[in-house]
Design a protein around this ligand. Structure first.
Ligand code: C5P
Length: 238
């Protein structure tokens, strides 16, 4: 498949058209941002880790019945994915309190939640991705009730499957963000898109509680690159 013109450049990825309108190529960058772009930096090797970890997760999730955009890894940083129209609703799934949940509700970081929390935010950089609920989604016409039902169902399933999967590698899944798209070549069907990586998940070492994710960058904890490499090594032995 031939990479043609650049469609879009985001904070962590570039997306290119291909000679087939049903597919695009994602190119993962080392650029890192946090706090809605206020903090900027580079995490050397991050693009490679996020590409490989995301693809690994998508393949694993497909085996468990979750439809994803993954098609084929082309290189260390590039992957062919199905072309989608992104649903502008970010889904956050939480098992253990951390980050904005701890801040907003005063629940100490590390507290196990009595049940899984699902949150939605409106994907809009200018507004800082404000939290919304289903009523806002329908009021703004961001997705249909049928689509949101699928999105919630898949998100809980992804949580179950990933939590169990990561245990064997000594990784605790604290929380994560998902994005979905309407698949252009599959009649608009909702599929999992974007990425699943240390940029979009909180991964803690099961024994020591050490943070192995982007919080090392956000909180200036040091050894940021090492944490990303550690996740790649644990999951894929690389
Ligand atoms: O910051 P907060 O605690 O709300 O983040 C929850 C989870 O969602 C974290 O794993 C974080 O990495 C992820 N997230 C993300 N992109 C955003 C917001 C949150 O990947 N725009």
């Amino acid at each position: 498949m031939k990479k043609t013109e650049q469609l879009y450049e985001g904070k962590a990825k570039k997306v290119f058209k291909t000679d087939d309108p049903n597919y695009v190529i994602v190119d993962y960058k080392d650029d890192a941002t946090a706090f809605n772009g206020l903090k900027k930096g580079t995490i050397v090797g991050k693009g490679v880790v996020n590409n490989k970890v995301s693809n690994h997760m998508f393949k694993m999730l497909e085996k468990h019945g979750i439809p994803t955009h993954y098609v084929e890894e082309l290189s260390d940083r590039e992957t062919v994915v199905k072309s989608v129209s992104i649903v502008p609703v970010e889904v956050i799934v939480r098992n253990i309190a951390a980050g904005s949940l701890s801040k907003r509700l005063g629940i100490p970081e590390g507290t196990k939640l009595k049940s899984t929390v699902l949150e939605y935010s409106y994907k809009n950089d200018d507004l800082g991705d404000p939290m919304i609920n289903d009523y806002h989604v329908y009021a703004m016409g961001l997705a249909t009730p049928e689509e949101m039902e699928k999105i919630a169902e898949y998100s809980f399933k992804v949580n179950e499957v990933m939590t169990e999967y990561l245990k064997q590698f000594g990784i605790e899944l604290i929380d994560f963000k998902l994005e979905y798209g309407r698949c252009n070549a599959c009649g608009g069907k909702i599929i999992l898109a974007d990425e699943i990586s240390p940029d979009t998940c909180r991964f803690w070492d099961s024994k020591t509680g050490e943070k192995l994710d982007k919080d090392r960058f956000r909180q200036d904890l040091g050894n940021v690159e090492d944490a990303y490499q550690e996740i790649l090594k644990r999951l894929m032995g690389e």
